[in-house]
Design a protein around this ligand. Structure first.
Ligand code: F6P
Length: 544
């Protein structure tokens, strides 16, 4: 499928890109803008309601055309088609990668292993809709006959981060008399604090786990069941207070959840790509089926844009290639995601799994050790909060950090001047990063000579600005899909499997070995390294 593509540094565009990098690496954005007064209008793209300004990047037209050439030589077009067709591009797990089918409209057909998956997707969506309506209207009663007031999603990784991010992002649209909470950590504090002020008889647990075997989720699920049974004192309560979302019917039944209260998804949905599958049940309960479907429509619009737009105007492709430019040529280690929207406070955390679990890989598809950098570290905080914490380093530190500024033109909460002040800050930060303040300008302010270096901003710090009219469910779908497909673009260039996650396995196995050593104490002879043995012994000694 992709095996005949030369290794990254052997592709025809690579050498010219390296030579071009040497030529322009010190070129300042001040000069690039001075030479091209229309740069800020020209180096932008708008598609499906997303305005993407990439003019403040350290690129020229030549950079872009070489990057597009690299994308072509990397077989990106064919790889996009393979994904949308449902080919098993997750080769290490022999699975199709079809999160795009989760948002395919009724009537489309995508065949996996001889079966059209789109009707199945819509059957589950309809089942979710019926269930959500019953919970939201109060028709779904708990064991004592009271309506459900609280919904707790128990899940971790992709079974938590998408739902919690989407809930926070779309809280404005949520049914406010329902309390939504999310428990993920195996640290008992997470569960204890989530239920502290809640009544079990009014609480519904959604156990979200693709495998239904994940240690954290199953431990929290059992604790939740114990809590419900202890309070409601009847096994029949489980059926009224627990539903499951999984691909594993057998394990769901074993747990004691009535499988009619199970919402299915499939092995071709990766955990970190699952927020628009049944894993989004908590989102649907919060914002209602119509808004959920609007979000799916947003995803689908971005899917179609990614699938069909020429690379030059293709938002995820542009974003992905800019990432390659900094990661593989400038040697930048991180990307800061800076939403100027409080509702997107969990968006950076969500992106961390999406980007780093997908592309944090050290071998290519054929198992060869990679001789270049893959996934950068994603991190971030909403603005303006971040400005008063780590922005100092982005402006004046020794590390170059490309930033994604994300802003919305219309606020969801109109409060005096707040929104203009917020957006003024976002525009100002991108401007300050790009153009800085020269020693001459600092001097001209009357700054004493000794203070000038401290107050100088060298600028030339790159950023993208993503501007959207309003944070709606549809806009959120587009935004998430934008990042999903930019991760895909980068994975295709790096020739890696963006859809497996073997790197999480070893820690799980070792924890499994250590658990009995902590729980049952000294009869277990410790056979770890000296450091691990000593830590375990110390823990055992003091735990009592
Ligand atoms: O440990 C990593 C991981 O497998 C993620 O990829 C996944 O999203 C998460 O665990 C949760 O898995 P599950 O939904 O099967 O409980």
């Amino acid at each position: 499928m992709t095996m005949n593509i030369p290794q990254l540094t052997k592709r025809a565009a690579w050498q010219p890109l390296e030579a071009h990098y040497t030529k322009i690496r010190n070129m300042h954005l001040r000069k690039l803008f001075a030479d091209d007064p229309k740069r800020g209008e020209r180096m932008t793209t708008e598609a499906i309601g997303i305005y993407f300004d990439y003019s403040k990047h350290r690129i020229t037209d030549e950079t872009l055309s070489l990057l597009f050439q690299l994308a072509e030589e990397s077989g990106l077009r064919a790889r996009i088609d393979s994904m949308f067709r449902g080919e098993k591009i997750n080769i290490t797990e022999k699975r199709a990668v079809l999160h795009t089918a989760l948002r395919a409209p009724k009537g489309k057909s995508i065949v996996v292993d001889g079966e059209d998956v789109v009707p199945k997707v819509h059957t589950v969506l309809d089942k979710m809709t019926g269930f959500c309506n019953r919970v939201r209207s109060g028709e779904w009663k708990g064991h004592t006959g009271k309506p459900i007031r609280n919904v707790i999603n128990i899940g971790i990784g992709g079974s938590d981060l998408g739902p919690v991010m989407a809930y926070e992002a779309l809280r404005h649209y949520s049914q406010r008399d329902l309390t939504l909470r999310f428990v993920s950590n195996i640290d008992g504090t997470d569960f204890a604090e989530a239920i502290r002020d809640l009544a079990a008889e009014e609480t519904l647990f959604i156990i979200s786990s693709k495998t239904f075997t994940t240690l954290e989720t199953m431990t929290n699920a059992h604790t939740a069941r114990d809590w419900v049974l202890k309070t409601l004192r009847h096994p029949a309560a489980v059926a009224r207070h627990f539903v499951a979302i999984s691909t594993n019917v057998g394990e769901v039944a074993k747990f004691g959840i009535d499988t009619t209260n199970m919402f299915e998804f499939w092995d071709w949905v990766g955990g970190r790509y699952s927020m628009d599958s049944a894993i989004g049940l908590s989102t649907m309960i919060a914002i209602g089926p119509e808004n959920f479907r609007a979000m799916l429509d947003g995803f689908h619009q971005m899917d179609e844009h990614f699938r069909t737009a020429p690379f030059e105007r293709n938002l995820p492709v542009l974003m992905g290639l800019l990432g390659i430019w900094y990661n593989n040529f400038f040697g930048m280690q991180t990307v800061a995601v800076l939403p100027y929207e409080q509702y997107l406070k969990r968006f950076p955390a969500y992106l961390q799994q999406l980007t780093m679990e997908s592309n944090g890989k050290h071998v290519t598809l054929d198992g060869t050790e990679i001789g270049y950098q893959t996934a950068p570290i994603y991190w971030g905080e909403p603005g303006t909060n971040g400005q008063h914490s780590f922005y100092q380093m982005i402006h004046q530190g020794t590390k170059l950090i490309p930033c994604d500024f994300i802003g919305f033109i219309q606020p969801l909460n109109h409060l005096g001047r707040h929104h203009d002040l917020l957006m003024a800050n976002m525009f100002a930060q991108a401007e300050a990063l790009a153009f800085g303040k020269t020693p001459q300008e600092v001097q001209a302010d009357g700054t004493p000579a000794w203070l000038v270096p401290h107050k100088t901003f060298e600028g030339n710090r790159p950023s993208s600005t993503i501007l959207v009219k309003r944070l709606t469910p549809e806009a959120l779908g587009k935004l998430v899909a934008l990042y999903e497909h930019s991760v895909f673009t980068q994975g295709a260039i790096w020739q890696i499997d963006s859809f497996d996650q073997w790197g999480v396995e070893l820690g799980k196995v070792l924890a499994g070995r250590i658990i009995p050593e902590l729980e049952t104490g000294t009869e277990h002879q410790l056979k770890h390294d000296n450091s691990t043995n000593t830590l375990i012994q110390r823990y055992r000694r003091y735990k009592k």
